[in-house]
Design a protein around this ligand. Sequence first.
Ligand code: HEC
Length: 103
Amino acid sequence: MKYKVLALAALATIIYSCASKSAVVTAEPPKVEPPVATAATVLTPELAEGKSLYENSCARCHRLYEPKEFSAEQWKPIVLRMAPKARLNEAQGMKVYNYVTMQ
Ligand code: HEC
């Protein structure tokens, strides 16, 4: 009787380990191909407008800063301070902000 229980337990262990193994195999995530067109290569019309506003309005008084030079957190007060200097309205300032923080 005791052996039967042990044998059953062993069998259960084997079945369980096989089951969990096949579960691991099927749970593997499917391979996701990276998108061909990345945000860096294709700009939405909105971001393209931000880019041109930035390049045309923000280099009058100083060099054009690289968007990467500042984090999104740092750009926020900078754009708030600089947009009026560049005579940009709030919506235009927002587009510039979205452009410089898109990476
Ligand atoms: C009328 C002149 C003028 C225009 C136009 C202008 N800036 Fe500036 N900018 C300045 C001056 C002056 C400084 C340095 C003093 C300061 O930080 O206020 C500066 C500094 C900066 C800095 C460095 C900030 C820092 O904290 O180190 C950034 C970035 C910047 N400007 C971005 C912009 C952007 C973006 C625009 C367009 C929306 C813009 N600027 C338009 C005058 C201008």
